[in-house]
Design a protein around this ligand. Structure first.
Ligand SMILES: [Zn+2]
Ligand SMILES: [Zn+2]
Length: 341
């Protein structure tokens, strides 16, 4: 089968690899579609890249073979996979599955969706990490469930409800989903900040109150002006240390700051003015990934039509054109790219 590999900084290549065998208690699936996540782009550009690993976790899969002993799944079912975790560690036992202490070990039995086939191991089924996709949800829309689940995890940590002003730095898929969720929760005003005018414009139909082009204006000043002194909540949804530092400046007194996107793995981190945290009494938090329950909530919101996913997918390309897909994401020409093997 064909699969894509990160072959050094910024280089992605498609290679032929052997077809995985369907495991006992597991499933063999065909990739119908797999979207490129901002974290895939960050890993491709900055590393650290494991040249033997197949990335891609926003996939829609179709069962082509059912392993011995599997019940409840059949050939032709469309499914998606949540992060597979051990279910037994301290984090899993306290419902924070996405922070599982043994996640790396558990993950080895499956591979990513930038490929023709994906093997789902027995532990993914026994742990209830495989979700059937409802017929009414098309493949493109289904790829948005994973990022939405992550956004819902992040939103549990902050207060974006009535009376709150929310500034979101980064207007890609994740920034857009934060916008939609903040609106749904009743935020008074949502301000979107990005360096790419095209990206900002793509968000207009989702009702942001203010768009700030940080390439031509001072984002801190603009957010302060739009909110009367600072935003109640600032969400950093882009890979930028500068944005993290600006988020502390943009926040109102007693405001909340959520670092939603990671910096590159080899980044030494950024200097932050911690006096801002002290004098403004800020709460600074992080959020990553999502648990099964966030996936279920995400599916509910999309199926009820409360979060809109269809307009987000702007490009569907063949897997062979994955390098072009990454370039469209990097330049901001695409809001969201999905690959079809
Ligand atoms: Zn993702
Ligand atoms: Zn665990």
């Amino acid at each position: 089968m064909k699969a894509a590999f990160f072959d050094g900084p910024g280089r992605v290549v498609v290679r032929e690899v052997s077809i995985p065998a369907c495991p006992e208690g597991g499933l063999l699936t065909r990739v119908r579609l797999c979207a490129i996540c901002g974290s895939d782009l960050r890993t491709l550009v900055y590393g650290p890249s494991d040249g033997s690993r197949i990335y891609g976790h926003e996939s829609v899969l179709e069962v082509v073979e059912v392993g011995k002993g599997v019940r409840g799944f059949g050939v032709g079912d469309r499914v998606m996979l949540c992060p597979v975790t051990c279910g037994r560690c301290e984090m899993c036992r306290s419902s924070a599955h996405h922070l599982c202490l043994r996640k790396e070990q558990v993950r080895t039995s499956t591979q990513g969706g930038f490929a023709e086939l994906v093997l789902i191991g027995a532990e993914a089924l026994s742990g209830d990490f495989v979700i059937k996709i409802p017929d009414r949800l098309d493949d493109a829309g289904a790829t948005v469930i994973e990022p939405l689940a992550c956004v819902l995890n992040g939103n549990e940590k902050i207060s974006t409800g009535p009376g709150k002003t929310v500034a979101i730095i980064g207007a890609g898929t994740v920034g857009n989903l934060h916008l939609q969720v903040a609106k749904l929760r009743g935020a008074r005003a949502v301000i979107m900040v990005d360096l790419l005018a095209q990206r900002l414009a793509a968000n207009t139909l989702f009702g942001p109150d203010v768009l700030v082009d940080a390439s031509s204006s001072d984002p801190v000043g603009r957010v302060s002006e739009a909110t009367g002194g600072g935003a109640s909540v600032v969400i950093v949804a882009c890979v930028s240390g500068k944005a993290q530092a600006q988020a502390l400046q943009m926040a109102a007194r007693q405001g909340e700051v959520l670092f939603f996107a990671a910096l590159p793995g080899n980044s030494p981190g950024v200097p932050l003015n911690t006096n801002l945290i002290h004098y403004k009494e800020l709460k600074v938090m992080g959020a990553r990934s999502a648990s099964r329950r966030h996936f279920d909530l995400a599916l509910d919101l999309v199926m009820q039509g409360r979060v809109s996913v269809a307009p987000l997918i702007t490009h569907i390309l063949p897997l062979a054109e994955i390098a072009q897909g990454f370039e469209l994401m990097r330049s901001g020409a695409a809001m969201r790219v999905a690959l079809k093997p």
